[in-house]
Each structure stands twice: as structure tokens, then as C-alpha cells.
Design a protein around this ligand. Sequence first.
Ligand code: KIV
Length: 272
Amino acid sequence: MSTQNKITRKTTADIKKMKVSGEKITVLTAYDYAMSSILDECNIDIILVGDSLGNVVLGYDTTLPVTMEDMLHHTKAVSRAAKNALIVADMPFLSYQVSTKEAFSNAGRFLKEADAQAIKLEGGRDFAEIVRKITSSGIPVMAHLGLTPQSIHQIGGYKVQGKKDEDAHRIIEDAKILEQAGAFSIVLECVPEALASEVTKSISIPTIGIGAGVHCDGQVLVINDLLGMSERFTPKFVKKYANLNSEIKKAVKNYIGEVKNGNFPDSEHSFK
Ligand code: KIV
């Protein structure tokens, strides 16, 4: 019997080592096979199948309507393409908040059915028990603090978190509690740069920032934002590395024009 190790993707242990060596961790979201292949070929460290799926792919205003079935469907597609990157799947709203038992069995579905290697969930100390149960059963957990979009109606809008001393202190303590509970990394979303730096120094697991400044151990962006896919408002922390919205429109208008005027298909694209 062959004992050859079939795991070619990065592991959570590899990601944790990057904090120690000081190599920055790169994370991007993907929701389908085509984008996952491209990110994987670029050697991204982690592909996150974010529940931002709800906003950027499914057209909802918030992430709240996203279901387990939506997330599993898209995680399967992303996983099929990834040979190098660690695949992390986001637990959607109400898939882990109701009971520890449900949280554990939903987390397990991402590994068992969708070939993810880890899950992500939002929340601080109130979720420590759930993180402990999931991680102690062998499922790696990425935590998520600061702006947690699944709590948008409680937070009252997409705004920077942890500006007041007491809120900042709570985020630092939450990070320590989640590390103790077994999380392998923590996303810090929309918090002041100095707070993210403080959290990063206070824990031994990597912090992954989005709108959290340069001192985090890694960075994550939503791929559609980075590529400039939408003309909608983009937050201050998003850097558009391309403007695919206008590139795609240019190509599509070109196609429409050539079909209308009979220039496509030409002989090069036709069979004799
Ligand atoms: O859902 C998502 O894409 C996320 C990232 C923005 C961290 O949670």
C-alpha cells in the first residue's frame, strides 16, 4: 500500500509558521472554480470562500441570507481547483450561532463534503466554547473580530470598530481568548491600525487584516473588489489593482458590435 502523502495544499501549520518567520500571509476570496484556479496558480497562501458570496455573487445587500447549501456548493467548486492554497470556508449566519452541536456538524460538512481544510466564523469570547469544540475535533478555525458583517444590524452600519479604549481592550482580550480556544488565525476587519498592531503582538497565531493596516501578519481582500468588478461604492481600505468592470464592458460591447455588423465569426473562427 502506498503511503504517499496526497496533501499538496498549504496547511494551517504552514500558515502559523509564517508568523514566526515574518513572511506576510496573502489571502483572497474566491467563489468558483475559474477564479480559484487563477489564484492558486498565482501561489496565494489562502483562498477564503467568504460569505461575501452573498454580496458579490448572489446580489444580496448583506451576508445574512447566505445558506449552508450556498456555501457548500461554492466551496466544492473552489476546492476542485486548488492544489497549493489552504482552503477556508466561511460559516454562514445561523449555521453556528444556534447550538454548539449544530455548529460542529455544520463545520464538519465543509471538510467532509466540500474538501475545505478549515472554517471561519465571526465573533469574540461568546463563541470561544464553539471554537474549542470544533478545533478539539480536528477542524481548524479562523476567527473574525472587529467589524463582523453578520452582526450588521446590531453594529448599525459598516464602520470602524475598536476606536474607544474599552472596545479596543475587548478586542485584544477576545483575540487572546480565541487563541486559547484553539483558533489558528484571526481576521481583523475594519479596526484602527494601532489596535491591529497591538492584537498582532499580543497573540502567537497570525492576524489577517482587512481595513486593519499594515502591521497584521497577513492581508485579505474580496477578489471582486481587488479586480474592480463593480462600480458600486468601495470602502477606503480596498485597493483596486485592476478595473475589470470597464475591461469587461469594452469586450462585451466589441462582441455585440461585431455580431451586429457581421464581422464575427470571421474565417479564422469558422470551420471549412
Ligand atoms: O466573507 C468574506 O469575504 C470575509 C472577508 C472579507 C474577511 O469575511
